[in-house]
Structure formats: C-alpha cells, structure tokens
Design a binder for this molecule. Structure first.
Ligand code: HEC
Ligand code: HEC
Length: 438
C-alpha cells in the first residue's frame, strides 16, 4: 500500500542515479553502431541499427531542424516549437490555456503545454517508488514518466504523442513522417548522419527521427543550463536579497509554504535541485471552463487514472493526481497547472494559501449558493486531494502564508529563471576571469 502522497518524502534520490542522459546515449549509440545493422523494428531502441555511428553533436543539429519544422505536421503549420517556444523556456507561446493543432491547425488540446526544460532526469514511471538514499523501505507511491500523467516513458517515446495526436501534429503513421523528412531541406544532412540508406527502411528512419529529437532535447546549453540566480547563489557566486531569502525560507518552512515537500529546493549529493520530486499529487485546482472539452459536464481530466492515460483506469485512488512540475523558469510562464486555469504566478501562490481558508474565492457556487470546492473532481475522488500543510486549514481560518510571505515567495521564484549568470558575474569571479571570457 503506497503511503499517501501527502506524506511522501522527497524523491530526488533517483535523479542522480540516472547519469546525464546525454553521455548515456552517446555511449549506447557508439557501442551500437559497432555491430551489424539489424531490423530497426525489433531491436531495442539504442541497439545497432544505423549504418553510421551518429554523434551526439550531429543528432542535436538534426533534432533542432526537426523540432522547428512545421512541415512535419499534417497542417504544415505546427512544429514542436509552435507549442514549446524556445524563448519561453520551451513552454507555450501565449496565455491560452491550451494550444491548437491538428489537420486544420484549429483543434484545441486538453492540457497546458509544459516546459521541456529540466526534464532530462525524470525517471521512468513507476507506481512504487523507493528512495534508496533515504529510508528505502517506504513505498512512496507513483513517480516519474513524461507528460502530466506519466503515460510516456522516455523523451523518444514521448515524441510519438504529438506527431500522431489528432490535435497536435496529426500524422497518420510513422511512414508519413519519414516521407516528409525524406523531402525536407535537411534530408541530405540526415543521410550524412545516419547513413546513405537510412530512408530505405521506414522504421529505421523513424527511429532516427525520434533519436534526433530526443538528443536535441537533452542538449545542456538549451535545456538544462543551470544559470539562474539561485544556481549562482548555490555556487556562492552571488547573494540573494533579503526578500529572496525570506521567500526561500517560507517556501521551505513546513509551517508556511511547505512547497519543498513536493518541489525540493536543496542540493542533494552535490546535484542541483530540480524543484520537483517527480511524484504525483491531487491539489484540487479549479475546473477551467476555457478548455473546449470541459463544455461537456461529464468530461473530467483525472490525470493518472485517465482518460488520456488508460492503464491505471481502475485505480480510483489515483484520480486527480498529476505529476509535480519543476518550478525552474516558472516565472516565464503565463499558463499554470495541467489545465492552464491560472495565468498569474501570484494567483498560483495565493491559491496555495487560500484554497482552504477562502474556497469561495477560487471555486464557483451551485445554484443554491454552496461553494463547489474541488469542482474539477467528481465527489467520490475528492478524498484523494492533498490535505497536509499548506493545505491543512479550514474555511474562514487564517493561512500561515501571510501577504508578506506570498510576495517573498514570488520574489524567490523569480530567482529560478535561467540567464542570470550571463547577465551578471560576481566581482570575485570577474577578478579571476580573463576579460575575453566575461
Ligand atoms: C499543439 C501543441 C503541441 C505540439 C505541436 C507539441 N507539443 Fe509537446 N506537449 C504539448 C502538451 C499539451 C503536452 C502535455 C501533454 C499531456 O500531459 O498529456 C506536451 C508534452 C510534451 C513532453 C512531456 C514533457 C514532460 O514534462 O513530461 C515532451 C517531451 C514534448 N511535449 C515534446 C514535444 C515534441 C518533441 C514535439 C514535436 C514532435 C511536441 N512536443 C509538439 C503540446 C504540444
Ligand atoms: C503536495 C505536493 C505539492 C506541494 C506541497 C506544493 N506543490 Fe506546487 N504543484 C504540485 C503539483 C502536483 C502541481 C501540478 C498540479 C496540477 O496541475 O493539477 C503543482 C504546480 C505548481 C505550480 C504551477 C507550475 C506550472 O508549470 O504550471 C506552481 C507555480 C507551484 N506548484 C508552486 C508551489 C508553491 C509556491 C508551493 C508552496 C506554497 C507549492 N507549489 C506546494 C505539487 C505540490
């Protein structure tokens, strides 16, 4: 029996056992390429299937081409980068709750677009997570996997979802994708990297597409640079302001935000924090009426238990649980939570403070005037909602997250935005850094 998600300790341990995915792929591909070509359809993903040994650098270049190629979609208008915009931390381009795609480019999605940054260490999905760096006898429940419900196990498996989703890139088969790549401006480059005959086998060529996309999404400079002010502070290269420090304290304090319970902020075994424990929680975010699918009152996005994910449909204790996102670069977003119901970071932090003390502010009322708390979850699943601090207050009570704490936490969250180090190098660093490198 998994411990309730609310009591789960942090799950960061797994992160550091997965060595940098990049070097892993490089090693696998190199070893693999030394063997003889086998059928791409049956071989394990990283097995020897290409004529040439594709280097990480070359796959990154091809992966970037694919990522920006609108020609890979049925509409000819949607690329990965249309929804995952590089300048917005590979998150959504605007403040629409869900983005559009599909054959005609007008089909609405059902979930907010997550950032693709700092996803390099997400472990594969498991229902029973054991943290072998803490007390490894405790089953911490579900963790890991890609997307808001963890239904995809790796970045390359994940890429299949948008390529074929009817409301994203809407291709009807891998062969269709391969045909497009074969005629793309970068087709010659593709042959160069994976071998002259790569397009003769559709399965092989499609695997190359997935592998290149995955490799691109694991390039450190773009996807996990660790250049935020907070990272600089952890490296003792800069100071946090008094307000930022108060915000960090309130974020960590179990009696205040208790945010670090699910969004760990501390270094562990020398590795920088991801601000997610990769675990799952139901925090009861309000229903978003701006999502077209929600016009049907019988439709509920229940996360782990479905309907997008289908293998855990019988596990009612999982209904309403979504994967805890990283908070790195969160201040660059204008769309929050799995259903994009909030558009200001301040509202999100305030929701944590007031969900239970002022539910009338966050949820609609029924015709007879009662507040419909947790209106995006059928009543039978509402016991799954997290009720530990900061969610341990009652209506009309006083949250321990006061106005000052909220603004302090907001100031702290701003320090998680990458790019700080390139804007400012501390005086001590400057003194020891040759000027041409500053
Ligand atoms: C129409 C918008 C759209 C397009 C186009 C799109 N995505 Fe996404 N992406 C999403 C949404 C929405 C999710 C969340 C899906 C879910 O939770 O079910 C997502 C999730 C992901 C994730 C999982 C991230 C995580 O934190 O687990 C990855 C990786 C990803 N997309 C990569 C890609 C790649 C690669 C492409 C191009 C082949 C692409 N996406 C195209 C909207 C899009
Ligand atoms: C019980 C675990 C838990 C705790 C405690 C927690 N969070 Fe979260 N957080 C989550 C989960 C799960 C989500 C996604 C929920 C969803 O979309 O339904 C989330 C989402 C968020 C988001 C939106 C990110 C995005 O990309 O949309 C922000 C911001 C955030 N949390 C900040 C905080 C802050 C600040 C605190 C402390 C006041 C906090 N969280 C405490 C689990 C937690």
């Amino acid at each position: 029996m998994p411990v309730p998600v609310s009591r789960r300790r942090d799950l960061r341990g797994c992160l550091f056992r997965l060595t940098a995915a990049l070097s892993l792929i490089a090693a696998c591909v190199t070893v693999a390429a030394a063997g003889t070509a086998a059928s791409a359809a049956n071989a394990p993903f990283y097995a020897a299937t290409f004529e040439k040994a594709p280097t990480v650098a070359a796959m990154t270049v091809i992966g970037r081409e694919l990522f920006f190629d609108t020609g890979l979609s049925a509409s000819g208008r949607t690329a990965c980068a249309t929804c995952h915009v590089p300048a917005k931390s590979f998150g959504p381009p605007d403040d629409a709750a869900v983005q559009r795609g599909g054959r005609d480019g007008r089909q609405s999605g059902v979930r907010a677009v997550p950032s693709l940054m700092y996803t390099q260490n997400i472990p594969p999905f498991t229902e029973h997570y054991f943290d072998d760096e803490g007390d490894d006898s405790i089953d911490q429940g579900p963790a890991g996997g890609r997307t808001w419900d963890g239904r995809s196990q790796s970045t390359h498996e994940q890429a299949r979802l948008p390529l074929f989703s009817p409301f994203e890139m809407a291709n009807d088969s891998p062969d269709t994708v391969v045909r497009k790549v074969r005629h793309a401006p970068y087709a010659a480059q593709f042959r160069d990297v994976f071998g002259a005959g790569v397009f003769e086998d559709d399965a092989l060529a499609f695997k190359a597409v997935l592998m290149a996309l995955e490799t691109f999404q694991q390039s450190p400079a773009e996807f996990y640079p660790y250049t935020s002010k907070y990272d600089a502070w952890l490296r003792h290269q800069t100071a946090l302001s008094a307000q930022e420090l108060r915000g960090l304290a309130a974020f960590n304090d179990p009696a205040k935000g208790n945010c670090a319970r699910c969004h760990p902020s501390a270094m562990r075994e020398g590795a920088f924090p991801q601000f997610t424990d990769f675990g799952y929680a139901a925090i009861g975010v309000p229903r978003n009426r701006a999502i077209p699918a929600n016009a049907d009152p019988r439709y509920y996005d229940l996360g782990l238990c479905g309907p997008l994910r289908t293998d855990l449909a019988g596990k009612t204790e999982y209904c309403g649980l979504f994967r805890t996102p990283s908070l790195r670069n969160v201040a660059t977003r204008r769309v929050f939570f799995h259903n994009g119901v909030m558009h200001r970071l301040e509202d999100v932090v305030r929701f944590y403070a007031e969900r239970d003390t002022r539910p009338d502010k966050w949820y609609p009322r029924t015709a007879d005037g009662r507040v419909r708390k947790f209106d995006d979850l059928p009543a039978v699943y509402q016991p799954n909602v997290d009720r530990a601090s900061p969610f341990d207050r009652t209506a009309g009570g006083q949250s321990d997250l006061r106005e000052g704490d909220i603004s302090d936490i907001l100031a702290f969250l701003q320090t998680l935005t990458d790019g700080y180090e390139t804007r400012r190098i501390s005086p001590s660093m400057r003194a020891t850094t040759p000027s041409q490198f500053q």
